[in-house]
Design a binder for this molecule. Sequence first.
Ligand SMILES: Nc1nc2c(ncn2[C@@H]2O[C@H](COP(=O)(O)OP(=O)(O)OP(=O)(O)O)[C@@H](O)[C@H]2O)c(=O)[nH]1
Ligand SMILES: [Mg+2]
Length: 293
Amino acid sequence: MKCATVAIIGRPSSGKSTLLNTICEMKVSITARTPQTTRNAIRGIYTDERGQLIFTDTPGYHLSDKEMNKRLQETAVKSLEECDVILYMLDAKRPAGEEELAIAAILSKTKTPVVCCLNKSDILKENEIEEGKQFLHDHLPDSTVLIASAKKDEGVDEILIELFKLAPEGELLYPVDSYTDQPVEFRVSEIIREKAINLVTDELPHSIFVEIPDIEYKEAENTVWIRAFINVERDSQKGIVVGKGGENIKKIRQGSEKEIRLIFPGKKLRLDLQVKAKDKWRNNGIVLDKILR
Ligand SMILES: Nc1nc2c(ncn2[C@@H]2O[C@H](COP(=O)(O)OP(=O)(O)OP(=O)(O)O)[C@@H](O)[C@H]2O)c(=O)[nH]1
Ligand SMILES: [Mg+2]
């Protein structure tokens, strides 16, 4: 059997989390059209007759001096140090800029094999593919280049073939039916965050974090009872999340419940959502320590 750890790296919004979900056939990592959605190193596990690939989805590599962004960048870079293979995702729809150059520079120095994937093939024009290939040829000449659409599940089997080729021999590290190792509270909080950011994305893409103060299974009622706080950065932002007559919060709850139920099959669910303001939490080290660990 083969077994490898694979770090997925790339600029924000290149489709890293979408790819992980397509490979695992499960919502392992949340996605959104706004950049900088992923905030943690998120493990997703894929197993078949060839062996096991243990993926780490990472926060999009973004150059910024802000405290939170610096921590996200550290998480991404640290994942590179701990893996057998690196999967570098590029969105060739956007021309390679400073960030792409910074990632390529890091990857060109590593001894770990790199597989590159020009993602979003479903919307790429021929010249964009050529430019992407040229960029990789110039900066990472030894790496394999594949073209795929994570969203449409095209070219994804070829990515798996390439990763297994590079994977070392080894025993499986997780049971064959595992697809993630995230604690339940974290998964629930991420599902709620996804629903919230996708609904108010133009107004507050990055101002939200979700806390789960209580999660409890009441056996007599066969009910999982969850209390969650959607935190924004200012009191004035609370109304945006709640929406007119509570319509946004209702949509967030309904969308979240649908996915949270998949984590607790056969059980009833009570989800109590509240919106709170935590002043300037993105500069608050205690909050960051808690949510970015
Ligand atoms: N057309 C197209 N869109 C895609 C594809 N893969 C991802 N997307 C879209 O790109 C956006 C970003 O996708 P994510 O998977 O959240 O990107 P990410 O790289 O994880 O982003 P961060 O977590 O912010 O670093 C979403 O709107 C996806 O639907 C693809 O193959 N084709
Ligand atoms: Mg992501």
